[in-house]
Design a protein. Structure first.
Length: 141
């Protein structure tokens, strides 16, 4: 049985962008911001499986990118001022399979997500480390 964690955008990010949309509604930009925010919130997910990460995006053009944990080279996190205040940020996953990082934006506690991914990577690495056969002791005379 696989243990998986599904991550969506931070609710704080969603609420903040909807509030910005409401504030900007009188000048006609607010509705666009609200629709874009809800659409983006509902069409992107990052799923952390035991040995891989699956990033899904889109509705009409659905894109799913699976990154094996064994191929991850680096994980970066980034939060701007509002993200630091409200507890959300971005995470970038660099893998051996891609020239550009897979960036998932506006998730809750990006550093905790990074730690969870690293924990999965460490667990997988420990499970696949070959056990060295014991070296027989020789008596040399």
């Amino acid at each position: 049985m696989q243990n998986k964690i599904v991550l969506k955008h931070a609710k704080n990010w969603l609420i903040l962008h909807i509030l910005i949309g409401i504030i900007l509604a009188p000048i006609g930009v607010g509705l666009v911001i609200i629709v874009w925010t809800i659409f983006r919130y509902s069409t992107e997910s990052l799923t952390l499986h035991d040995n891989s990460i699956l990033v899904k995006r889109g509705v009409i053009n659905r894109n799913a990118n699976e990154i094996p944990c064994s191929k991850i080279n680096n994980i970066n996190t980034y939060s701007h001022l509002l993200g630091l205040i409200f507890g959300y940020g971005n995470i970038g996953i660099y893998s051996a399979n891609a020239s550009e990082p897979e960036v998932f934006k506006n998730i809750n506690n990006p550093n905790k997500v990074k730690d969870a991914i690293k924990h999965r990577m460490d667990t997988l690495e420990q499970a696949t480390v070959p056990v060295k056969a014991s070296t027989p002791l020789h008596k040399w005379e």
